[in-house]
Design a protein around this ligand. Sequence first.
Ligand code: DOR
Length: 429
Amino acid sequence: MSEFVIRGGEVVDASGRRTADVLVRDGVVAEVGAGLEAADVLDAAGAIVTPGFVDLHTHLREPGDEDAETIETGSRAAALGGYTAVVAMPNTRPPLDDPTVVRAVLAIGTEALCEVVSSGCITRGRAGEALAPMGELHALGVRVFTDDGSCVMSAGLMRRALEYSRGLPGAVVAQHAEDDSMCAGGSMHEGAVSSRLGIPGRPGEAEAIIVARDIRLAALTGARVHFLHLSTAASVDLVRAAKRDGVPVTCEVAPHHFTLTDEACATFDPAFKVHPPLRGAADVEAVRAGLADGTIDAIATDHAPHTPETKERPFEEAPPGMLGLETAAALALTELVEPGILTLEQALAALSWNPARIAGIDDRHGRTVAPGAPANLCVLDPAATWTVDPMALASRAHNTPYAGRTLRGRVRHTVLRGERVVLDGRATR
Ligand code: DOR
């Protein structure tokens, strides 16, 4: 029997907040209350005890690009960021369009420092031409279907995927909304800054056009659509209206889209290159407002490790993407909670229980901290400050755009199925 008490913290979950100790026994929460005792104590004084975070959008790079990240290193980064589950994106090599590959990822994931939830491709090879075997992937537990990294450009195929997904309980089709034909050759947001820098752009309308189309397809089919990494005011407005109309859509934003603008690209530092790109200040404001009013359901990292060899190429040649797992919660606290844009509860909802529900893993993640719940927990010190050092991150890659930035909010402990995978800010294995 393994048993420990998380002592002296403030428990914050979907049911509210209260000061309480949490007794964990044999992988589940055994008791929540005052003055709980156990031989083993995890200090939570001054800290928040919350359901572990759930990332709807992690690129783990295995199989195929293990020099950038592996399931092991990515899951360690996740645990250090307070995550107890991540949804692994499908643009691996080979992609997650086949039961054999998904089975392999899930098997390696059983040893990881967080639960590794496999997404599955919408189309074979993410090529946008024929549906992947969604039913077979669903039978392996896949609920999030996405061609992320690529947009499903054919409205007809997207419609078929949505119709098919209706027969798969819990399934959601997640779209990378960027119209290829408008973005081809673009490396940053199209606007005044891209004109000044002479870098070809990716217009904001390329996102809104697909969001508008897919809202109509969700309404037509009655199937759930989730929009990945939204970045523009227009998209947020479209989702807000769709929700008002009762269309079954959800959406996420990435921390870089509520913390950085396209001005950062003026450094020509490829650390700031990402798809969809960093936008202008008005879009950042709209994303923040969308989080505040609940239009945006989740904060998802789009953790996208790239090797130094590739990421240090000139801006236009470097691959898009940035690390996110170890900085997301601190960015949410520093940039959203501290200035009063979100309450702490809203930020934690966007990091934990909302994404858990979207991914269909809310039976074991994001749950109210109460007896019987699986012990997937994060103890977060909201006052601790730290400075981002790319070389000190657990990811195999170092491509964070936040190097040198001082953030408030640090994960003290992470508990996965009752195992202490992070203790006092350090991974235990
Ligand atoms: O910037 C990005 N990088 N956007 C994506 O959609 C894919 C990701 C990656 O895989 O590197």
